[in-house]
Write a protein that binds this ligand. Structure first.
Ligand code: ATP
Length: 235
């Protein structure tokens, strides 16, 4: 449903993504893995319209979306939970969640989705009146994902959901990522924690200096010698 062909992203003279092709199909969790600076975030920003690609094409549900502004891409049904969370520190948890639904009009279905988000992340309901900025790192990550879900997305892009979080919190967030996927939302997952990402994903792409160097079923990548050496610390 999401098809990226020969994507290129540049920052002035710096070329961050160099002809990247990738697909996310209905029902899947796909991991895009690679080291710091490999071009993962630039790829997500290009998909969501925050950066204009300098080349290539992004299609969603059979229609070209590359070149559209972020709000139009969001309106097509692609939601992004960004790295660094991007939540509004001065707004309450509930207000942050409501911001995620700003493009929607049907109050009843917004309430339904709010209820679903609270079921996935009960701590967000407990803290609904608390300011976003007072949440722990893990809770802020949950809020960022919850806010993305409030747009009732057809696909979800997650940028580094494990970043800076304690292992137990990460485990619980990844369990929830699986649950979200099981509700029928395909997920493109950007992760530096390669083991975790491949454990939860169906397929994976390995990106190095802006190019895909490997692409396979996640289970195969977990057993791939190069992946084990370069990303899993297995000799
Ligand atoms: P991280 O995990 O650190 O976010 P990443 O794989 O997501 O890494 P990107 O953030 O996409 O990588 O960066 C890819 C390349 O583009 C890097 O070399 C980075 O230095 C460069 N880059 C990213 N943002 C900018 C910017 N605003 N201006 C100039 N260069 C940038």
């Amino acid at each position: 449903m999401l098809r990226i062909e020969e994507l290129e992203v540049s920052y002035g003279a710096i070329s961050a993504v160099k002809g990247l092709s990738l697909e996310l199909n209905q029902g899947e969790i796909v991991a895009l893995i690679g080291n710091n600076g490999a071009g993962k975030t630039s790829t997500l920003k290009a998909i969501s319209g925050m950066l204009k690609p300098s080349g290539g094409r992004v299609e969603f549900m059979g229609e070209k979306i590359s070149g559209l502004p972020p709000h139009k891409i969001a309106a097509r049904g692609i939601a992004l939970a960004p790295e660094g969370r991007g939540i509004f520190a001065g707004l309450s948890v509930l207000e942050n969640l409501e911001m995620g639904a700003f493009l929607r009009k049907n109050k009843e279905s917004i309430q339904k989705d709010l209820h679903k988000v609270y079921q996935l992340f009960p701590v967000l309901e407990e803290r609904k009146n608390q300011k976003g900025g007072t949440l722990s790192g893990g809770e802020q990550q949950m809020l960022a994902i919850g806010r993305a879900l409030m747009s009732d997305p057809k696909a979800l892009l997650l940028d580094e959901p494990s970043l800076g979080l304690a292992p137990q919190v990460v485990e619980s967030i990844f369990e929830t990522i699986k649950e979200i996927n099981q509700t029928g939302i395909p997920i493109l997952l950007i992760e530096q924690n390669v083991y975790l990402a491949l454990e939860v994903a169906n397929r994976g792409y390995v990106i190095e200096t802006g190019e895909i160097i490997l692409n396979d079923l996640a289970q195969n990548l977990l057993h791939n010698e190069m992946v084990q050496k370069a990303y899993l610390g297995i000799e």
